[in-house]
Design a protein around this ligand. Sequence first.
Ligand code: AMP
Length: 591
Amino acid sequence: MSKVIGIDLGTTNSCVSVVENGQPVIVPSSSGARTTPSVVAFAKNGERFVGETAKRQAATNPDRTISSVKRHMGTDWSIRIDGTEYKPQTISSMVLRQLKKDAEDFLGEPVTEAVITVPAYFNDIQRQATKDAGRIAGLEVKRIINEPTSAALSYGLDHGEAQKVMVYDLGGGTFDVSIIEIGDGVIEVLATAGDNHLGGDDFDERIVRWIAEEFKKEHRIDITRDFSAMQRIREAAEQAKKELSTSEITNIVLPYLTQAKGEPLHLETSLTRAKFQELIWDLVERTAGPVQSALSDAGVKTSELGRILLVGGSTRIPAVQDKVKALTGKEPSKNINPDECVAMGAAILGSTLQGQSLVAAGTGKDLLLLDVTPLSLSIETVGGVATKLVDRNSTVPTRYSRVFSTAAPYQREVEIHVLQGERPMARDNKTIGKFKLKGIRRAPAGVPQIEVTFDIDANGILKVSARDLDTGKSQSITITADDRMSDAEIEQAIYDAQQYAGQDTLRREALELTGEAQNVANRAQRALNAGGKQIEKAVKKQVKNDINVLSKLLGKFRADRVTEEEVEKIRQAKSDLERSSAGIMHYLDEN
Ligand code: AMP
């Protein structure tokens, strides 16, 4: 039986883990790192990069490099590259495919199943989108699990003692806080809260803005208009931020950042930790609200908290740790790795789902995981009111039903408008689906009885159904949110991804060949220049012609659309040129 891998699909970085000999281990990336940047890049020649290689070339290829796509999950965001439209699910699937491959290389066997983590605050559509991304990557997603729950799971396995813990998770793009009870073989999420748009990227952005202002003061130039300079500044800002987690001051040096009146301009400045804290204090402050709301929803006082677990790279920032301390009156635990524990928890769950009866250390019992739904679920009723069926922080999996009726006389159909959020009016909440129940028998208003049922599975994914109790007939209804990919779209994306993977060998071979061919053409051109008049006319003509033929083919070449026939043509043209230029190459050495 192949293993179920655990994937922390992060905004900035992703991490994959698998259980070996009863213990979760981190799968190293192809470049030997323990996390993989969640970055995808499309090179101009059609090659695709994922992870470290994609991140490294971001500055030189900013408009074709995609990072933080997690922020767009479940929205209608898309990016058009070389005529193809990519949705967040498809971009995410490329990261997932890389992680899958790394795990396969590590384990030496195929991997087809995974548990993927999402922020607790992800809504239904975002969860579905994540599941779809997995499917496109060729992974059966056995379970979607909340990141803090996953962290607690990895912690619970290490420390068996019963207690209530707070997981404070501040990553690159999202903030989650959860109150979790680790008990006798049971890990129960009591409440969760957070902010889907708050994280390390925002801290970076503050530094970027500060640098841009400093640069303007010094050079009177608005650097924000220079796309590739901004990309370099963004990288330097993140680097500076990280350094300030351990140092009091950091230097930011970017030589040749831009030009003015033909003169190169360099950036050299320093940022102190105090200044950085001043730049981000309001963002850090914003984490207080969710902390308080999670505590009050869970009915837990800070004095009852056993431990505070810090998750996510941004919790390394001293100002963030100070804030947590101030909010809880407790020193946060330092003995879990904030970058790795989420993936490890997912691997543990994956292994449990596979029937390998894993036990929470110290308890000697099977593990039971009880999660909660992060937001209230309602339907729209008369007057645009959001009528709640499921309160936020209800334990899942679960099922809720409620009977509604018609508002107008002789109404033959009702529209069920499903909403997620805490606001009293429907329009202020997020629409996650709409459907119609038709064929209601003619009756005065309020007489028909329509039972609406919300089914939330263990992934936190919702199915809604409606049944007319009068006719007894229930209609089969599926929620279709505008932002979701249709099955046909997913099938197409799976097909495209497989095509791309199938072409991998040919593409690699072609890239190698075109690199060599370009070299041959360059060298032949240099030999022509060096030999000048000493070269016989006929030879010169032939070499020029062969360079032309080869250069044309290389100009047309695109790695993502390469065919075997094209590779063969390039190979032939290269060898023609090598042959015709062989007699003039000695001019290169003579110069
Ligand atoms: P995650 O989404 O958990 O991978 O967190 C990534 C975020 O953590 C990014 O914004 C990183 O810049 C940030 N991060 C990673 N290491 C550090 C560090 N040492 N100090 C401050 N922020 C960090």
